[in-house]
Design a protein around this ligand. Structure first.
Ligand SMILES: Cc1cc2nc3c(=O)[nH]c(=O)nc-3n(C[C@H](O)[C@H](O)[C@H](O)COP(=O)(O)OP(=O)(O)OC[C@H]3O[C@@H](n4cnc5c(N)ncnc54)[C@H](O)[C@@H]3O)c2cc1C
Length: 280
């Protein structure tokens, strides 16, 4: 995929939905050097959780809103751009593509050499913004309607529509991926995060980005064995390790200093608030 100058409307990877799966997928693609934008309506279903007790690494549980805030912080810190908006449509810009055979390209068209998709998103104020991207990741539980025009294979189950993906998160349309609950994965945060990571890595592997693993290792781990540091990996010395450790402890202390300022959310049908915010 191409790397281009910062342009807020153009990206290598456009992620629809910035909840658990979308933010995790985006963190992985951005860390691998792919220019990544997340477009989100800020309605992660996890914000309705009352106390998150089964995410690895939090033996005492964690406030779900804080967990989401930390995912956002981590994504942004790794270079992900976040935009507010509801994705409403995705179209191929590659005119040679024939959606009837799964959107595969013909002739000279190469879906990884330019902006293969145009994504439309509508803001709260009703403005439509367009994004061009080489790859699209749908992580927008529970809306997959914007993929209809591409002919992405889905499965209807009552009021829900699930996107069909292969073992690594690819849909049947080249360049379009899906992650998290939208793909009928178990309805658990860690499953959504794990799937998001896996799908993000699939996008990286399908691109031209040189990549081995996303690892941070002690100095010499590769080089003292006569190996180059592989792409995606980083060796850090003791001083840098101590600096990062101190910073991470400071930041966690700060993040967990007091209760989360936002109200608990519940099912929106239970209260007179579109996001389900409870009076507290
Ligand atoms: C009440 C409740 C309690 C729960 N408790 C737990 C628990 O204790 N432990 C646990 O592991 N799991 C729990 N879950 C489940 C967990 O929240 C989900 O499995 C997880 O959030 C799924 O992640 P996701 O990224 O697929 O979806 P989400 O986290 O919901 O993210 C989807 C994102 O897509 C956005 N979006 C939707 N449509 C669009 C669109 N068209 N354009 C742009 N953005 C869009 C939404 O705003 C949202 O941010 C709970 C769920 C609920 C409802």
């Amino acid at each position: 995929m191409s790397t281009r100058e910062t342009d807020s409307e153009t990206a290598d990877v456009l992620v629809g939905g910035g909840g658990v799966a979308g933010l995790t997928a985006a963190t992985f693609t951005a860390r691998a050097g792919l220019d990544t934008t997340v477009v989100d309506t800020d309605e992660s279903i996890l914000a309705r959780n009352a106390h998150l007790e089964n995410v690895p690494g939090f033996p005492g549980g964690v406030d779900a809103r804080r967990f989401l805030d930390l995912l956002v912080e981590q994504a942004e810190e790794n270079g992900v751009r976040r935009r507010t908006g509801r994705v409403t449509d995705v179209e191929r810009t590659d005119e040679d593509a024939d959606p009837s055979d799964g959107g595969e390209s013909h002739g000279d068209a190469d879906p990884s050499d330019g902006d293969a998709f145009e994504v439309s998103a509508v803001s709260d104020g009703g403005e439509t913004r367009t994004y061009r991207a080489d790859a699209v990741v749908a992580a927008s539980w529970s809306d997959a309607s914007y993929l209809d025009g591409l002919g992405v294979e889905t499965r209807d189950a009552g009021s829900k529509t699930y996107v069909i993906v292969d073992d690594l998160g690819r849909t049947d349309v080249e360049g379009v991926y899906a992650a998290g609950r939208l793909t009928e994965k178990y309805h658990q945060a860690v499953v959504a995060a794990g799937h998001g990571a896996e799908v993000g890595l699939t996008v990286v592997h399908d691109s031209e980005t040189p990549y081995y693993h996303d690892w941070v290792t002690p100095e010499g781990y590769f080089t003292d064995r006569g190996r180059e540091v592989p792409p995606g990996c980083e060796e850090i010395d003791a001083a840098e390790r101590e600096r990062r450790d101190a910073e991470s402890r400071d930041r966690m202390r700060e993040a967990f200093e007091g209760p989360h300022p936002e109200p608990q959310r519940t099912h929106p049908s239970l209260v007179d608030d579109e996001l389900g915010r409870l009076d507290e």
